[in-house]
Design a protein around this ligand. Structure first.
Ligand code: CP
Ligand code: NVA
Length: 310
């Protein structure tokens, strides 16, 4: 059993596939309003160092749908590491709540909370990774194509937290992961090479040219060029990524069946044009909705069933 959900690297492809399949299987009952409510009386603490729409709402609604409740703890109030040590926060929340979802700058803060918390810790985005996002994305891909193995996902833009989680998720679930990033913004320190080496049969590459990268894409993926915490680098990032915009010209280089995903929030006119965004709004908002469906499964397993089975 694994009590936390911190990194996709901690799980096998079979474990991740089982979570996706369960999400898809249980979704209709919750959409109809008659899903199971196994977390009655249980509470999730949600600790945020950064802003959020989807993550906060999807975790809170998930807990409500499971019969429990969620509590928003904003860092301006709880002062992680300033008002109170992370180890103490984790132990207090561990005595009052049944799990903690944390969105942080430093990834190490999430692992520190996990070391001290008796209950599950869920990574709701760190500077390093965003595993719940990648799982909602892969759920969306599976729903759209009915399969995952052999599909090609092309991430166009910054080699960031979302790209890192998608690279690992794709390697575990048999998708080809292509990263199209400008020099200096690719996944750092040989991350992609290492992921490919560690997963026999995994396929992927860094392709500088976005038009070449999308040539065989099933999924074209966009995220902001300026992640939370990088606002001071906006000018130089926008300049570096100008040729990496997902626009009609890039879409013309992709197969007709390719879908577009965006983890949101979207900055139209930067990483994606308004035209492409609106043409693919169906998959993009299905993806956002799947944050709710995937995380509801995750909470039911972690809080209700004691962890993710081996
Ligand atoms: N995609 C995502 O995590 O959105 P929020 O930052 O709004 O939570
Ligand atoms: N890479 C983005 C994702 C936002 C959901 C960020 O970290 O700000």
């Amino acid at each position: 059993m694994t009590k936390d959900f911190i990194a996709l690297a901690d799980f096998s492809g079979d474990q991740l596939a089982a979570l996706i399949d369960r999400t898809i299987a249980e979704k209709p009952a919750y959409l109809a309003g008659d899903g199971a409510r196994p977390l009655a009386g249980r509470t999730l603490a949600m600790v945020f160092e950064k802003p959020s729409l989807r993550t906060r709402v999807s975790f809170e609604v998930s807990m409500n749908q499971l019969g429990g409740s969620a509590l928003y703890c904003d860092n301006s109030q709880i002062g992680i590491g300033t008002r109170e040590a992370p180890a103490d926060i984790a132990r207090v929340l561990g005595r009052m709540c049944d799990g903690i979802m944390a969105r942080t700058y430093k990834h190490e803060l999430i692992t520190e909370l996990a070391a001290w918390s008796p209950g599950p810790i869920i990574n709701g985005l760190s500077d390093y990774s965003h595993p719940c996002q990648a799982m909602a994305d892969l759920t969306t891909v599976k729903e759209h194509f009915d399969d995952l193995k052999g599909r090609t996902l092309v991430f166009v833009g910054d080699g960031n937290n979302v790209a890192r989680s998608l690279a690992v998720g794709c390697a575990k679930l048999g998708l080809r992961f292509i990263l199209a990033s400008p020099k200096g913004y690719e996944l750092d320190n040989g991350f992609l090479e290492r992921v490919l080496e560690e997963h026999p049969g995994a396929d992927g590459a860094l392709i500088r040219s976005p038009t070449k990268a999308v040539a065989n894409a099933d999924v074209i993926y966009a995220d902001t060029w300026v992640s939370m915490g990088q606002e001071g680098q906006k000018e130089r990032r926008v300049e570096a990524f100008l040729k990496y915009q997902i626009n009609d010209e890039l879409m013309a280089a992709a197969p007709d069946h390719a879908i577009v995903l965006h983890c949101l929030p979207a900055y139209r006119g930067y990483e994606i044009t308004d035209e492409v965004f609106e043409a693919h709004a169906g998959t993009i908002f299905a993806e956002a909705e799947n944050r709710l469906h995937f995380q509801r499964t995750l909470l039911a397993v972690l809080i209700g069933e004691g962890g993710i089975p081996d």
